[in-house]
Design a protein around this ligand. Structure first.
Ligand SMILES: [Zn+2]
Ligand SMILES: [Zn+2]
Length: 285
C-alpha cells in the first residue's frame, strides 16, 4: 500500500477486533477513524499502540503512535481500557509532542489520575531534563462527557449516545460525521434503539456480536449476562435491518465453539440482507 498521509474520504481502520479473551489474532477493542490529516481512536484495548504502529507501517501515516492524540472511550471495562497506560506513556517516547485528549464516561478522570499515580516513578525519570515542548506529549487531558455532540473540529463532529450494557450506567457508542461519510461504533451493548437512531442509514456501522449457537451452550447465569450486556446475531439482524448501514462491520466477537463463518451464516439465516463483513485487525473500510 502506498503511504497515506491525508485521507480525503474518512476511513475506518480496525486496530483491535477482539473482546476480553486474549486471542492472539484479535487485539483488544480499538478502532481508528482517519479523516483528512488526523486520526481519532475509539477505545484502548490491550495492544492498541502496537497495532497502531503496525497500521503505520502498512502505510497509514497518521496512525504512527506519535500522532495519537484524540481518543473516545466507550466505557471503562478493562478490555476497552487496558491499553490506556501504554497510550499515555509510550507515544511521547517516539515523538508525541501534543497532549493526549481523552473523552469518556464519568470515571475516566479518576482512572487517569490513578494510572498517572501508578506510573509516577516511571514518568519522573522519563520527564527529567525534557524541554517544555517535549513535556507536552506526556500531558493527559481527560474529559467526562454526556451524550450529545462531544467534540468538533474543522474535520469531524463526534456525537456520543448511551447504549445498554448491563449494570454499566454510562456506556457510550460514538458517531463520527465527516465531509461525506458517517461512521458509527456501537461499543459494548445489548440490543439498543440508540444504535438504530445514531446510524439511521450511516455509511459504516461497527457493531459487537456474539454467536447464537454458542449461546445455547452457556450456563443459565452466563446467559442472562450475555443477553443484558451483548448482542447476538439474531438480535443484531433486527437492529441492523432497522439501522440500515451501507456496510455492517462485526467486531468484539465473543466466540466459543463458533467461528467467523458461523457468525456470518447466522446473520444470513436470520435474513440479514445488507452488506456485512467480519472485521479483522488492520482491515480498513
Ligand atoms: Zn468488551
Ligand atoms: Zn463491556
Amino acid at each position: 500500500m502506498a503511504p497515506v498521509a491525508k485521507v480525503r474520504v474518512a476511513k475506518l481502520v480496525l486496530l483491535g477486533t477482539g473482546g476480553p479473551l486474549p486471542d492472539p489474532r484479535r487485539s483488544g477493542p480499538a478502532v481508528a477513524v482517519l479523516a483528512q490529516n488526523r486520526s481519532y481512536l475509539v477505545d484502548l484495548g490491550p495492544g492498541v499502540v502496537r497495532r497502531a504502529m503496525e497500521a503505520y507501517q502498512l502505510g497509514w501515516l497518521k496512525l504512527h503512535p506519535n500522532q495519537l492524540t484524540r481518543v473516545f472511550v466507550t466505557h471503562l471495562h478493562s478490555d476497552h481500557t487496558a491499553g490506556y497506560a501504554d497510550l499515555m506513556l509510550t507515544p511521547p517516547a517516539v515523538g508525541r509532542v501534543d497532549p493526549l485528549q481523552v473523552y469518556g464516561p464519568p470515571g475516566i478522570v479518576k482512572m487517569t489520575d490513578h494510572l498517572l499515580l501508578a506510573y509516577e516513578e516511571d514518568l519522573a525519570t522519563r520527564r527529567e531534563g525534557l524541554t517544555e515542548d517535549k513535556l507536552a506529549g506526556y500531558r493527559i487531558e481527560p474529559r467526562e462527557i454526556e451524550p450529545g455532540v462531544v467534540y468538533e473540529d474543522e474535520i469531524v463532529r463526534v456525537s456520543a449516545f448511551r447504549v445498554e450494557h448491563g449494570e454499566w450506567k454510562n456506556t457510550y457508542g460514538y458517531r463520527f460525521d465527516t465531509d461525506g461519510r458517517s461512521i458509527v461504533i456501537s461499543g459494548d451493548t445489548a440490543p439498543s434503539d440508540a444504535v438504530v437512531e445514531a446510524c439511521n442509514g450511516c455509511d459504516v456501522l461497527v457493531h459487537e456480536v456474539y454467536c447464537e449457537a454458542d449461546f445455547k451452550h452457556v450456563p443459565p447465569l452466563s446467559r442472562s449476562y450475555f443477553s443484558s450486556h451483548h448482542t447476538s446475531t439474531l438480535e443484531l439482524v433486527e437492529i441492523a435491518t432497522r439501522a440500515k448501514p451501507k456496510l455492517l462491520v462485526l467486531y468484539h466477537l465473543l466466540l466459543n465453539r463458533c467461528t467467523e463463518e458461523t457468525v456470518l451464516r447466522e446473520m444470513r439465516r436470520y435474513s440479514y440482507v445488507g452488506e456485512v463483513v467480519v472485521g479483522e485487525d488492520l482491515a480498513a473500510s
